[in-house]
Design a protein around this ligand. Structure first.
Ligand SMILES: Cc1cc2nc3c(=O)[nH]c(=O)nc-3n(C[C@H](O)[C@H](O)[C@H](O)COP(=O)(O)O)c2cc1C
Length: 353
């Protein structure tokens, strides 16, 4: 389960002058605002008309992600930054509007593993045929449809000439957002796996990526659990990794280059590095207790060591009572330095050119 604040894009599809779409979009975002606040969701509204997307004019298949035009790059950035979508669509001739199909066709990986909900409107069908039509396309793009829908019959949604859907429609919209957020969090590992910079890890299905400040909650849990053994081995609770608050963890994640090993949304291990002068400092090597003895620590250490560019030696520190760590690091070519602080020992590995 990811803890990241989700960004949900409300996509208003109709572009005709005096279209009903913007009114439906405003009703929706107003109805959802309190729930969005409670669920920690950023709700952003985008009108397809404002994107100024001509009919698809890119030469390459979108799956390649090679975009020639500024309008495509902007659209790609917007969709990449979103964790889920609510599509506000009319029904045109029993189908989705061409504007929606065109906006979907422009991109590929940007849509993958993000939840989508539909708010449709129309005459007798309340736009539901447009939704069925759109789903055939969105599922191809690996957008994941939520079950909750909002379907508005235009005549019934108007009271005294004003667009005012019934309370149950507002509730349906809230239900949709709640489901969308649950799905958005649950799909986060798949988005991660597909995301920029993720590479396969040493265990089947695992992957590695740089940790960001918003991974702070996962890192806090992992290091508190892993450093309990260090506390026992060194007979002290005065270990930063054991005591740091999530805010403190977020602060150093912004500064250090931290590699995280993940599987299905679980942080299995990590290691951090920072270059200072000719020294590559390495620290916070952690592997979840149930996965020790499988070579993951060694794998993480070797991955961290590849960041040595511009450095002539590697430096790390452990507790003087951490007998297992000391043996492990020495086996990996690190030599203990004379102790500077009581209770801690630094180990150095010189790099040969
Ligand atoms: C080109 C066109 C086709 C339409 N086809 C349908 C349709 O198949 N089913 C339906 O219920 N309403 C249909 N309508 C009526 C629309 O639901 C209604 O005009 C709605 O306001 C359109 O959304 P918009 O104002 O945001 O463009 C159609 C309207 C247009 C302009």
């Amino acid at each position: 389960m990811s803890m990241k604040r989700l960004r949900v894009l409300v996509l208003v599809c109709s572009t005709r002058p005096n279209a009903l779409g913007p009114t439906v979009g405003t009703w929706l975002t107003t109805a959802l605002a309190p729930t969005a606040r409670t669920l920690d969701v950023d709700l952003a509204s985008v009108a397809i008309g404002d994107l100024h997307l001509p009919f698809l004019d890119e030469e390459e298949h979108p799956a390649r992600g090679v975009y020639q035009h500024e309008h495509t790059r902007r659209w790609s950035e917007t969709v990449t930054g979103a964790d889920g979508f609510i599509v506000v669509t009319p029904e045109y001739n029993y189908g989705m509007p061409a504007t929606l199909k065109n906006a979907l066709d422009y991109l590929s990986a940007e849509w993958a593993w993000k939840p989508v909900g539909f708010v449709s409107y129309g005459n007798t069908s309340a736009g539901t045929r447009a939704v069925q039509h759109a789903k055939q396309v969105t599922s191809t793009l690996r957008l994941v449809s939520v079950g909750s829908t909002v379907a508005l019959r235009i005549a019934e949604a108007h009271r005294q000439g004003v667009f005012q859907p019934a309370a149950h429609h507002g509730q349906a919209a809230v239900d949709m957002l709640e489901e969308l957020v649950r799905a958005g969090h649950a799909l986060a590992p798949l988005r991660d796996l597909n995301g920029d910079g993720a590479t396969p890890g040493p265990l089947p299905g695992s992957y590695v990526r740089r940790l960001r400040p918003d991974d702070g909650p996962h890192v806090t849990v992992l290091q508190r659990c892993c450093w309990v053994d260090e506390a026992i081995a060194n007979d002290t609770l005065r270990l930063p990794a054991l005591r740091e608050t999530p805010d403190q963890v977020q602060a150093w994640l912004a500064e250090w280059h931290t590699t995280g090993l993940w599987h299905a949304g679980r942080l299995l291990g990590m290691i951090r590095t920072i270059r200072r002068g000719g020294t590559l400092h390495i620290g916070r090597l952690a592997v979840a207790p149930d996965l020790r003895g499988r070579g993951l620590g060694r794998w993480l250490l070797h991955t961290a060591e590849t960041r040595h560019q511009g450095c002539d030696h590697l430096l790390l520190t452990t507790g003087t009572g951490s007998v297992r760590n000391l043996a492990f690091y020495q086996k990996q070519g690190y030599a203990p330095l004379p102790a500077a602080n009581s209770g801690e020992v630094s180990l150095r590995k010189d790099l040969t050119s």
